[in-house]
Design a protein around this ligand. Sequence first.
Ligand SMILES: NC(=O)c1ccc[n+]([C@@H]2O[C@H](COP(=O)([O-])OP(=O)(O)OC[C@H]3O[C@@H](n4cnc5c(N)ncnc54)[C@H](OP(=O)(O)O)[C@@H]3O)[C@@H](O)[C@H]2O)c1
Length: 266
Amino acid sequence: MISVITGASSGIGAAAAAGLSRRGHRVVLVGRDRRRLDEVAGGLPGPKADVLTCDYTSLDDVRALADRLAERYERIAVLANNAGVMSTERKVTPDGHELMVQVNHLAPFVLTRALTGRVDRVVTTSSRAGRTGRLDPSDLSRERRRWNGWLQYGDTKQANALFTVALAARGVAATCFHPGVIRTGFASGSLLMRIFLAMPGYAKPPEHGARSLVHLATHADGAERAGRYFAGMAPRRVPAAMADPALAERLWEASLAAVGVNGTVP
Ligand SMILES: NC(=O)c1ccc[n+]([C@@H]2O[C@H](COP(=O)([O-])OP(=O)(O)OC[C@H]3O[C@@H](n4cnc5c(N)ncnc54)[C@H](OP(=O)(O)O)[C@@H]3O)[C@@H](O)[C@H]2O)c1
C-alpha cells in the first residue's frame, strides 16, 4: 500500500510517515532536502520508503513530482498534503504568487489534480487558523488587501478546508484536519508561536499532530466523511467560510486560473 506524504522531512509529516510505516504502508517521503528525507526514511519501522524531492515554490517542480509519482505508482492509497509554511515576511515565488498561498494551497492543488485518478484518499493538514481566514478567490495573494503573516496563513488553511469540500463534491475521499499546536520548526519567525512553545505543556510533540493524519489515512472516517474537517479523531463544526460549497467552487476556478494548466479532474 503506497502512501505519499509531503512535508515529510520533519515535524508532523515525519511522525505520520513513522505511523503509517508501522501499519505496513510503503511511504513515499516528499520534501526539499534529500539528506533529511533519507534520515527519516532510515528511521522508519516498516517497509522500505521511497524519497522524492520537490520545492513547492516552483509549480513546474510540482508538475514534475506528479509525473514521477504517476510513472512509479499505478495506485496510491493515500496522498497526504502536509507540506506547509508560515512566514512573517511577505515573499513572492518565481511563479508570481505569495509564498504561503503557493506552498500551502496552489502546489497541493496542482499535485492532487494531477494524481486524483490514481489516489484512493486525500488527507490535508489544515489548521484551526483557517477559522480566521478571510479568503477572497479574486485576491489569493492579498495584493489588494492588507497582508500580514497570520492573515495570509489563515486564508491558506481555510483554502485547505474548501479544497477538501470541492474534492469531495467531485467524488474524491478527501478530508482535512487540525493537528493541534505542535512543537516543530513551524512558524519559527512568529512571536505568537514562540509564546505557545514557551508555555509549559501547551505545544504537543509531532506524534500527537500526526495522529489525525494516520487516523484519516487508515480508518473508515477517511473514506466515509469526505469533505469534513477533523480535530483529534472526530469531525468538527467549522465556520461557513470553511465549508461553503459555492466559495469552494470559486476557489477552485481561481486556483485553476492561477496555475494555468489543465488537470485530470473537471
Ligand atoms: N506545528 C503546528 O503547530 C501546526 C499547527 C497547525 C497546522 N500545522 C500545519 O502542519 C503542517 C506541517 O507542519 P509542521 O508543524 O510539521 O512544520 P515543519 O516541521 O516546519 O514541517 C513543514 C514541512 O513542509 C515542508 N515545506 C515547507 N516549505 C516547502 C516548500 N517550499 N516546498 C516543499 N516543502 C516545503 C518542509 O520541508 P523542509 O524541511 O524542506 O523545509 C517540512 O517538511 C503544515 O501544513 C502546517 O501548516 C502545523
